[in-house]
Write a protein that binds this ligand. Structure first.
Ligand code: PEP
Ligand code: MN
Length: 367
């Protein structure tokens, strides 16, 4: 059960104390307090865990200081959608709003290789009106001898260049708790010229200790990829781990499933699950067409499969697109063969715009 308190509630006042006294007297119930610190106000939610079946929802609803009580099903308590659940489906980070109604494109390098390529990429993004990007510094690789990313060493120039070109949010994968500390240190040292969305890759979707540590920090939002070989339910529970530790600024990414049935694509594109995730949870949904398709093949119509997969996601209501670009794909240290090229950036953005407009028309017509 979730007890949503009035935004104005004074935690040192009588209303709050009386409510907590009442709840503390309920047998076999633990209270977890979640605070959502926004620009205008702080929202407080009390999560009542344990034997909540005996609790009188109406009696709690009537208590001073309480705005609303939501009885949750077991699944995805915090990030899920529940009956009479009016909780938001959006959050704000570094001036950018992410929601189940918005769309942001995160085009960028799969892996940071050198400052020149980073600068070329970021300059092109600014010229095309973009404020978000992807930049991999820590790369989980199948082969232990493959390039593992420049890690901490590239952070200062990546952040400085992002600031120079007006980038507000960089999606960056972390594979260990220490990477979050390194990112925070580099942001601090460079004077916070940009923001970072911490990415949990598909290989780490069920790395529960990583999820817990990334969930405990609430500075940065988290982009969690669907696990490529587990059920959707298991992946959504992994996202819930982040929220259960305190961070509910979570975006869920579909990136294709590992099965030979998807061949010749790298993974089987699973973007038909966008509406499913939006129905089950309050998370904005991201698609990653690059790691789903994994090549630069074109269909008989002359359009790249990556473009086709992208618009399939956008027309179904995707809220974020994570996509690999590279100024010189032949020099890329990771995933060059699937990278889109700079001259394709305006075309890609226009294709997304067409698909988004079609999605909005579909909502007007059908919803
Ligand atoms: C990535 O986005 O760079 C990546 C490695 O993706 P995934 O975890 O989906 O394979
Ligand atoms: Mn990649």
């Amino acid at each position: 059960m979730i007890v949503i308190l009035r935004p104005s509630i004074d935690k040192t006042g009588g209303e709050y104390t009386a409510l907590m006294d009442f709840l503390n007297k309920q047998p076999n119930i633990q209270i977890r307090i979640h605070e959502e610190v926004g620009i205008q106000q702080t929202l407080t939610e009390l999560y009542l865990v344990g034997d909540t079946s005996t609790l009188d929802k109406e009696a709690i609803n009537e208590m001073p200081g309480v705005e609303r009580v939501v009885r949750v099903s077991q699944e995805y308590r915090i990030l899920g959608r529940h009956k009479d659940d009016g909780r938001p489906t959006s959050f704000e980070y570094n001036g950018v709003t992410f929601s189940q109604d918005s769309l942001h494109i995160f085009a960028g390098l799969c892996a940071v290789d050198n400052p020149k390529h980073v600068e070329e990429m970021l300059k092109a993004l600014q010229e095309n009106g973009q404020v978000c990007t992807r930049m991999g510094a820590y790369k989980p690789r199948t082969n232990p001898y493959a390039f593992q990313g420049h890690g901490e060493n590239c952070l200062s120039y990546v952040f400085e260049l992002a600031g120079k070109y007006g980038i507000k949010v960089i999606a960056m994968e972390v594979t260990h708790e220490s990477h979050v500390n390194e990112i925070n240190k580099a942001l601090e040292e460079s004077g916070h010229p940009t923001g970072v969305m911490l990415q949990i890759g598909t290989r780490n979707t069920q790395n529960f200790e990583l999820l817990k540590s990334v969930g405990r920090q609430t500075t940065h939002p988290v982009l969690i990829k669907r696990g490529f070989g587990i059920t959707l339910e298991e992946s959504l529970n992994a996202a819930e781990y982040l929220a259960s530790e305190g961070n509910r600024k979570v975006i869920f990414a579909l990136r294709g499933m590992k099965t030979n049935m998807g061949d010749p694509h790298r993974n089987l594109v699973d973007f038909a699950h966008i509406p499913v995730v939006k129905r089950l949870t309050r998370m904005p949904v991201c698609i990653d067409p690059s790691h789903s398709v994994g090549n630069r093949e074109r269909s008989s119509d002359g359009i790249l499969d990556v473009f086709h997969a992208t618009v399939q996601g956008v027309i179904a209501g995707a809220n974020m697109v994570l996509v690999d670009f590279h100024p010189t794909p032949s020099e890329a240290l990771v995933d060059g063969p699937q990278a889109l090229q700079m001259h394709e950036l305006p075309l890609f953005l226009e294709d997304c715009r067409i698909a988004r407009e079609a999605y909005e028309k579909r909502v007007k017509l059908l919803a």
